[in-house]
Design a protein around this ligand. Structure first.
Ligand code: PEP
Length: 269
């Protein structure tokens, strides 16, 4: 299975100048990293998710490379146009050159009160425009402490089940246009990580749950996210249930990001 390593830049870098510097570093490091040569980049798909404001420029810089570009969110109001001040639609994201969007990141759930209903709308809009979806799920520290992880995840995955019910004609797209990112909220940006065995067991549960929704979802890509860095990437990459990583902080430095991608690329040989 092809691995995926996705950099979520969040509200970074601060300026276009700094975005260009990061891309310069990334492109230079890719061309000099033997492990990320053409064959190996086919084993690990790299993608970056800049802010909306930088999306078109980043895509312009990356269009002749193997690196893909994603948005961090899309409007739930309309897939196209409308009187929705401050929003950016799936169609506009595609027009800017992105082929994927992250949805349901815990920071969006926390600061923008994203619910299953709003995420379902976003998912419908994304896939109706052929925008792939990286769907983030994961439990809080309190839910982890009280052993509610699988229950929380089941509730979040209900969005996928409802999507299938409401959009049966789009189900064919899901195996190649949907990726799940399991991100325990307590591990994001904290330096704390679950054990590989815990992540592996949770991924197994996610894969089994998706397979239960539809036969065609029996081999879905499930990434781990939460304080993945150059030092711990190998241990996650070595587990066959972990198909890649969604990376925040460590994606803002080309070296650490590519070290993570190389770990997953080599693990999938
Ligand atoms: C994230 O924001 O998706 C993330 C995983 O962040 P970090 O790698 O910094 O924990």
């Amino acid at each position: 299975m092809q691995a995926w390593v996705i950099g979520n830049w969040k509200q970074n870098p601060a300026t276009s100048h700094d975005v260009n510097a990061l891309l310069d570093d990334l492109c230079a490091a890719i061309s000099t990293t033997k492990q990320m040569s053409h064959d190996n980049s086919a084993r690990c798909q790299i993608m970056v998710a800049p802010s909306f404001i930088h999306l078109a420029a980043v895509n312009g810089r990356l269009k002749d490379t193997s690196i893909l570009c994603a948005a961090q969110d899309i409007s739930g109001h309309s897939a196209s146009v409308g009187a929705y001040t401050g929003e950016c639609s799936a169609q506009q994201i595609v027009d800017a050159g992105a082929t994927w969007t992250i949805l349901g990141h815990s920071e969006r759930r926390q600061y923008h009160q994203e619910s299953n209903d709003s995420l379902l709308q976003k998912m419908i809009h994304a896939l109706s425009q052929d925008l792939g979806v990286v769907f983030c799920i994961g439990e809080s520290q309190a839910q982890y402490d009280t052993k509610q992880t699988l229950e929380v995840i089941d509730n979040q995955l209900a969005v996928i089940k409802e999507f299938i019910t409401q959009q049966p004609e789009l189900i064919e797209a899901l195996p190649t246009r949907l990726i799940i990112a399991y991100e325990p909220v307590w591990a994001i940006g904290t330096g704390k990580v679950p054990t590989v065995a815990e992540v592996s067991a949770t991924h197994k549960h996610i894969k089994r749950t998706l397979a239960g929704f539809a036969d065609s979802l029996s081999n879905m890509t499930v990434l781990y996210g939460g304080s993945v860095n150059a030092d711990n990437a190998n241990s996650f990459a070595a587990d066959p249930m972990i198909d890649g990583a969604l990376v925040g902080g460590a994606s803002l430095k080309a070296d650490s990001f590519l070290t993570i991608a190389t770990a997953f690329s080599q693990a999938s040989i």
